[in-house]
Every structure is written in C-alpha cells, then in structure tokens.
Design a protein around this ligand. Sequence first.
Ligand code: UD1
Length: 421
Amino acid sequence: MQELKIRGGRLLKGRIHVSGAKNAALPALAACILVDDITVLHNMPDVRDVTSMCQLLESLGASVNRYGDAIHVDTRGMTQWHAPHDLVRKMRASVLVMGPLIARFGRAEVALPGGCTIGNRPIDLHINALRQMGAEPTLIKGEEHIICERLIGARIHFDRPTVTGTENVLMAATAAEGETVLENAAREPEVADLAHLLVAMGAQIEGIGTDTIRVSGGRTLHGADHSIISDRIEAGTYAIAAAMTGGDIVLESIDSLMLTSLWAKMTHAGVSIREKASGDICVSGCPPFAPVHITTAEYPGFPTDLQAQFMAMMCLAKGESVITENIFEDRFKHASELNRMGADIVIRGRNAFVKGIPYLSGAAVTASDLRASASLVIAGLAARDETRVLRIYHLDRGYERIDEKLACLGADIKRVAGEGP
Ligand code: UD1
C-alpha cells in the first residue's frame, strides 16, 4: 500500500491549475445513460472515483474512452440496468446511476452503497422521491430493484437538501411525463452543472442553482459536449495548505464565487485572498492565525468537504476555535490523528474544540476518508520533521496527482511503497 512521506516546513509558492470537479464529473458520467448517443465531457479529473464510474458505465454496456482531460461516452445500444455490487461498493456515488437507469429502461438494480467512515449515509430521500414518481422499489439481497412502467412528474419536497439525491431525481425527471418540481433541492454548484449538461442534452429545466427546480419531462435527450466546472474543494484545500506553510500561491481556473464562505473564514483568520482581474486568486498567509468558528452547512454555507482541512489550519491559531459539523454525524476522525501530531482537539458531539498550538510535529498518521486524508497532508506540510500519511488510496479517489501538484509548489513530498497489504 502506498504512503506519502512529507518533510514539513517548506513554503508553498507558485501557480496551480485547479482540476475539474470530481463531484460534477460523477453525475455528468451518470447522465450519459439518459441518451442513446455519444456525449463528450471535458475538464474531467483523472481521479479514481471517475475511473470507477467509467468502469461502472462500461459494465452497463457503454463504451468509454479518455483523451487527455476529455471523456467520450458512447451509450448507443446499452441494454444493462444491473449495477454490480463489487463496483458500487467502491464508491457511494455509484447510486447516481439509479435515476438515469430508471429513466432509460424503466428499471434499475443497484446494490446499496453501504456504510461509510463519515457516518451512516442512507439513500431514503432518493428512494422516496422516485417512489413518488411512480417507481416501485424492492430491497432484494442488499440491492434496490426498482421497476417503473411510467415515470410521472411529481412535486417532491426533500426533508433536507441532498446533493446526489437531487441529482438522481433531476435526471429521472427528464424522462417523466409532465412537470416535476423539486423543493428544498440542493443548490451546490455541481448540481447546477449537471442541470446545464441536461439542458445541453435537450432537457427543459428552470430554477437552476436555486432550491426549487422545475423540470418539464418527456423529451428525448441527445448527446452533448460539456465542460465541467472546476473543483472548489481542491482549490480550497490548496489555499489552506498555502496559508499553513506561510506560502503564497495563485489558483488558476476557479470561480471565486463558489468559495465565498471559505474566503470569509480565511480572511477572518488573517489570510489574504485577492482576486485579480484575470480571475486568478492569490492566497497568502502564515500562522499563527486568528481563531475562527465554523459551522458546516449546505451550499452556500461552509462545505463539510473542507471542514477537516480548516480544522488542521485552526490547530495553528492563537486561541480556541469551535468547529461544528452539521452535515455528517461522524466526520471528525482526523481529529485524533491531528492530536498525534501535537494538536489539542477535543470532540463533544457535533463540536470540535480546537486549541491552537505554536507548531505541529511530524508523525505517522492514518487517513480514514478522502478529506481527512487531505487534512493530514496539509498538516504534514506545515509540521516540523517528517510526516508519513498512510492509506493514501482515499486521496487518489478525489485529488488529481496531489503529490506532484504540491511538489511543483515547492513541497518536499514523496509517494513511496509503504508497509502492509
Ligand atoms: C455529496 C458529495 C459529498 C459531500 C456531500 C455534502 C458527491 C458525489 N458527494 O454527498 O462529497 O460531502 O454531498 O455536501 O457529490 N441524507 C439522508 N438521506 C438520503 C440522502 C442524504 O438522510 O437519502 C443525509 C446524509 O446522511 C447527510 C445529508 O443528508 O447527513 C447530506 O447528504 P448528501 O447531500 O446526500 O450527501 P451526498 O450526496 O452523499
């Protein structure tokens, strides 16, 4: 198993190109199932979750080819609606094929994604919404078997905003008879990006980017050419890393508006964030930071996917910060690993109390999920001595060549073969 060896204390400096958003790429690939045609997706990140989704599409009968950052998906003649368990269990987002399969074939058999290290992540909101549209789900041996003779437009009110739930229903709604209204829908930019792709495929959708989305369904969709948005979480991760090392970086090709909540908190902490006329974003700062409280929330609130990285940064604040996790129930596993690097973090329920310390010390730490891994990497970049981040396969699920990108900015970071299986 590979690990990262990091010698901390090097300032990050330079320009960094932000990759396409993993969380926009995955629903875009799933949306290709809706058409009997070729779809070309640009700006697709080369990360493991995207590869897994491509394999899932291939197992369903699609032909998928990558040319640089473009992925061509040919779904002509697809006949399969069974998403096998060994592919689905690799990645929770596989559940995104459910809506498109029902739309195209009137049925879907998708294994339940199962547990997850950041807490119980049910799909009841997806299932209930599809049921309201006429689908009949039955749970058979851990798989949702869904049959739907006719998808019918409905008024769907989500009890809470769900990103992949909104995306699943949005895709199904394009094939439903009549109008579907999604209320309390997720407003994440990745949901809006999917809606733009669906419009390019011929769908009629209003309210894109708002919490009320209206879809006039029943049109036959066709292939499209679409460039997905950049990864705001990757951009935020590098911004925090730069500030933690006392560095100065320029983020290229990212829409600054998508990160307003992060910029506000980083500015409070004392980091300088400047947007140039060219659209580049300059980030510079250094510890000690002012302590800042954050509460994760749905977009446009502070993203849960940046909570772990921000916690690493608050370890080097002068004073105590409180970090409240409101989206996932068990997303503080990185705290105990940060404590092994000398941090002083106490967890009580949904709150993490982070007392700032003057410096972090290198240690061997184990990553438990994708964003937790990122927080340990950036803590290692700022720490004294050597940090080994173990189990980095999580990182490769969502960050494109993170070690190479950080090395280009001046980090002393190496990917090495580690011990163990
Ligand atoms: C997506 C993102 C993930 C991000 C998360 C929150 C993708 C591929 N993944 O995950 O990176 O951390 O949004 O921004 O886009 N819930 C239910 N029932 C459901 C669905 C969700 O109770 O049927 C709950 C979840 O347990 C969680 C909350 O709703 O507490 C939000 O989850 P959701 O937005 O659905 O997250 P994902 O779409 O899985």
